[in-house]
Design a protein around this ligand. Structure first.
Ligand SMILES: Nc1ncnc2c1ncn2[C@@H]1O[C@H](COP(=O)(O)OP(=O)(O)O)[C@@H](O)[C@H]1O
Ligand SMILES: [Mg+2]
Length: 263
């Protein structure tokens, strides 16, 4: 049963196990189609990379999925439900998360407090600045999330004292608060050292299998190691879809992307 549904998902038809289904999504900025007629299906638990040069429309695609932008036309279904006109918080309630390139961390608080507040904010439906209490299940949950992003040794460190790479790891912990089912990562490896990139790959590949993600990433090495499927965008449109091996060995992709055309 599950296998049949997964196959249907791969063929792009409407299926019950699809996390995300975009149909003909277009976002215009004046006369510019930042994305044009984008149709794609991401299965529940799937790990997908979105590649493409600067200006290809990758971040606009994320903004349409999250509800930060309303698409000009097309439909967006999240876990089988049409969310095209839903505000961002209604999509978050359904298990969608994203990380931003701009840090939203609270620098004057510790790692543990940041993650605790994220857990509490999600569980109560709003952000609250109450201090954690001993025995609070959310304290234990926060510790699990901190472990999942390899920051246990820095739990009591102030965020402002973390390295840049550790701050990015903490952002992943915040995205894991609540019960995410699909996370959108926008260039999580940007600005990271080779060691920090290896850590990021380990964190992403170690996420629970029911959590799917879409990762926008310029670093092909990171993208192809964490993703099982790849969507290449060019000028706001889907240019190629395939497995990492298919994309890596595709002559047109090599010409367009690996051949120095990407910034
Ligand atoms: N808020 C906006 N207003 C006007 N144009 C935008 C806006 N956001 C993105 N664009 C334009 O849409 C195109 C796609 O941008 P973007 O989605 O940021 O690409 P990418 O993330 O792939 O680099 C670019 O030409 C960009 O200038
Ligand atoms: Mg971008």
């Amino acid at each position: 049963m599950a296998i049949v549904a997964a196959t249907a998902g791969r063929l792009g038809s409407v299926s019950t196990d699809a996390a995300l289904e975009l149909r003909g999504v277009t976002k215009m900025f004046g006369a510019l189609a930042a994305i044009g007629d984008v149709t794609m299906t991401v299965r529940a638990g799937e790990r997908r990379a979105v590649l493409g040069s600067n200006g290809a429309g990758k971040t606009t695609l994320f903004n349409c999925i999250t509800g930060d932008f309303l698409p000009t036309s097309g439909t967006i279904r999240l876990f089988g439900e049409d969310v095209t006109r839903f505000p961002a918080h209604e999509r978050i309630r359904r298990g969608l998360r994203r990380t931003y390139q701009i840090s939203l961390l609270l620098g004057g608080l510790t790692v543990a407090d940041n993650v605790y507040l994220a857990c509490r904010g999600v569980s109560r439906g709003r952000f609250s600045l109450l201090r954690p209490r001993r025995g609070d299940v959310l304290v234990a949950r926060a510790a699990e999330l901190i472990e999942a992003v390899h920051l246990t040794a820095s739990s009591q460190t102030l965020v402002s004292e973390l390295s840049y790479g550790q701050q990015r790891q903490l952002e992943i912990a915040l995205a894991l608060a609540g019960a995410p089912r699909l996370i959108l990562f926008d260039e999580p490896a940007a600005g990271l050292s080779p060691t920090e990139r290896a850590e990021l790959v380990a964190i992403l590949t170690g996420l629970p299998p029911h959590i799917g993600f879409i990762i926008i990433e310029h670093d092909m090495d990171v993208a192809l190691r964490v993703a099982e499927s790849v969507t290449m965008m060019h000028n706001g449109r889907i240019f190629k879809e395939g497995t990492p091996a298919e994309i890596e060995n595709d002559p047109e992709v090599q010409e367009l992307y690996l051949g120095g055309g990407h910034g």
